[in-house]
Design a protein around this ligand. Structure first.
Ligand code: 5GP
Ligand code: SF4
Ligand code: MG
Length: 480
């Protein structure tokens, strides 16, 4: 998912959030939502009226669909206020329905909170049971709503926003980057391992107020689009509280080892986002170079699977000196295939998406680079399309290691039986997807290319070495 928040009284925060979410669209395409806080007005905005009526101070619009489908100028104009929280969703827990869309809005004795969550709790079931025993009126089955109710429960027991939020965060295990709107300010945090990214930016200086106009976003591309300056990352286990007095930081957990999801780096985040002070484009170029060093091939052309395989393919081409070519043209308006929730939709999605260029491919030995091989469906279709278009040989190189384990922290890599590399050898996979040769980047190569401490990443989907313990029952749901 993508999360976004802005505190900027006097600005059109709904519009800023709209553009921020637009830049974060790749992180979730099922639903989009914005909540804004304004004085004491009452309103509800939902085209289909399927959002519960809300009380004081918060305006909310959330619907199924892309950001551009959910919001119009008219709707944005009704989302008034100086503080906004936004979310783009793809489901890892809870089904793909509008009740599960975010922000999740919950009433408390201190007014409504609006919560946007990226990540996945591993103790969601336990937390939910506890909350139900405390009589929480849960409307959905999402872990995100449980976090919202946990905060509300703490606040209603007499705590203030900060203590209440901290009490709730301590009940959560797993991955959570959170942006929480309250009538008193914006609350932001990351889990103690910082598995999902979250960055803070500042809006450009303004005559009226130079101190407290802040933006938070899952990735820096969400800051760039509204011309905000990157300030810093939210630290793992840090709570950031933003209100009219500016930005305050409270540490609520010992900084455990950082475990940023390596999949964010190799695939999920946008290539123009910065992590570790460089663009992921540069990192992905290095992955491709390393891939070429480890796995050369005698071919005529190197191509990337658009868009996510392209930077690594360019890196591969530069290192191997094999010319880079575009042999597949992508329809940019089709969402990422894997985000669609059902297998049949996924299969249809690929056919809509890529078209091979016959005159580039005919008679050529092609090496095609992709960032990851998860289920193998995309690859099999692409390879067939390339051969049908006249390629004489098709070799595949993957700029990450074989995905052998499911993710429990918020990336939808499915259960283990869906992962092609969990049961098959590289030769068997090559046979199944129909390539002349197949090779993956080594785990060491992937981590080396980060140029930072390899210990500071989660790479459990390649190793099964889960940094946050996953309860047995939860493990069993996805492991073979
Ligand atoms: P697959 O092998 O699953 O058919 O497709 C792999 C391709 O789709 C890669 O290009 C990758 O960018 C993307 N992809 C598909 N599904 C997933 C997924 O669940 N997680 C990630 N990270 N990437 C996926
Ligand atoms: Fe990322 Fe894989 Fe770890 Fe999940 S298991 S957080 S996808 S590295
Ligand atoms: Mg891809």
């Amino acid at each position: 998912c993508g999360v976004f928040g802005v505190y900027a009284p006097g600005e059109d925060v709904a519009k800023l959030t709209y553009f921020g979410l637009f830049a974060l669209q790749h992180r979730g395409q099922e639903s989009a939502g914005i909540a804004t806080y304004e004085g004491t007005s009452v309103s509800e905005v939902s085209r289909y009226r399927n959002v519960a009526p809300l009380d004081l101070q918060v305006h909310l619009c959330k619907e199924m669909g892309l950001v551009t489908q959910v919001f119009s100028e008219q709707i944005l104009a009704t989302l008034k206020g100086g503080l906004a929280v936004g979310h783009t969703r793809y489901s890892t827990t809870g089904s793909s329905r509008v009740v599960n869309a975010q922000p999740a809005v919950v009433q408390t004795r201190l007014g409504p909170l609006a919560l946007a969550h990226n990540g996945n709790l591993v103790n969601a079931g336990i937390l939910r049971e506890e909350l139900l025993q405390q009589n929480a009126q849960l409307q959905t089955t999402t872990d995100s709503e449980s976090i919202a109710f946990a905060v509300a429960e703490a606040v209603n027991s007499g705590m203030d926003w900060i203590d209440g939020a901290i009490a709730a965060f301590k009940r959560c295990q797993g991955a959570f980057s959170l942006v929480i709107g309250t009538p008193a300010g914006l609350l932001v945090t990351r889990d103690p391992n910082g598995i999902r990214p979250l960055v803070i930016g500042t809006l450009p200086d303004d005559e009226r107020d130079r101190t407290s106009r802040y933006v938070v976003a899952s990735e820096t591309c969400g800051l760039d689009i509204i011309n905000a300056d990157y300030l810093r990352d939210v630290e793992p286990g840090e709570l950031v509280w933003i209100n009219e007095q500016g930005l305050h930081s409270v540490r609520w957990a010992e900084p455990e080892t950082r475990k940023l999801c390596i999949f964010e780096m190799i695939y999920f985040a946008r290539p123009d986002s910065l992590m570790h002070e460089e663009s992921l484009y540069s990192y992905r170029l290095r992955l491709g170079k390393q891939l070429a060093l480890e796995n050369p091939a005698d071919v005529d052309l190197v191509m990337g699977v658009p868009d996510s395989g392209v930077p690594a393919a360019i890196g591969y081409s530069r290192e191997s000196k094999v010319p880079y070519a575009e042999g597949l043209i992508k329809n940019r308006y089709v969402g990422r295939t894997f985000i669609q929730p059902t297998q049949s939709m996924r299969e249809a999605g690929i056919r809509m998406k890529l078209n091979p260029l016959r005159d580039v491919l005919v008679g050529k030995r092609i090496l095609i680079v992709d960032d990851s091989l998860v289920r193998g469906n995309t690859s099999r279709k692409i390879v067939k399309a390339l051969r049908d278009a006249g390629a004489t040989e098709v070799h595949m190189r993957i700029s990450s290691p074989p995905v052998t384990h499911p993710c429990f922290y918020g990336i939808d890599t499915d259960s283990q039986d869906q992962l092609i590399a969990a049961t098959k050898t590289v030769e068997e996979i090559a046979h199944q997807i129909g390539v002349d040769s197949l090779a993956y980047l080594s785990w060491e190569g992937m981590l080396q290319a980060t140029q930072t401490d390899p210990e500071s990443f989660c790479s459990a989907c390649f190793t099964g070495n889960y940094p946050v313990p996953v309860p047995e029952q939860v493990k069993r749901s996805k492991l073979m």
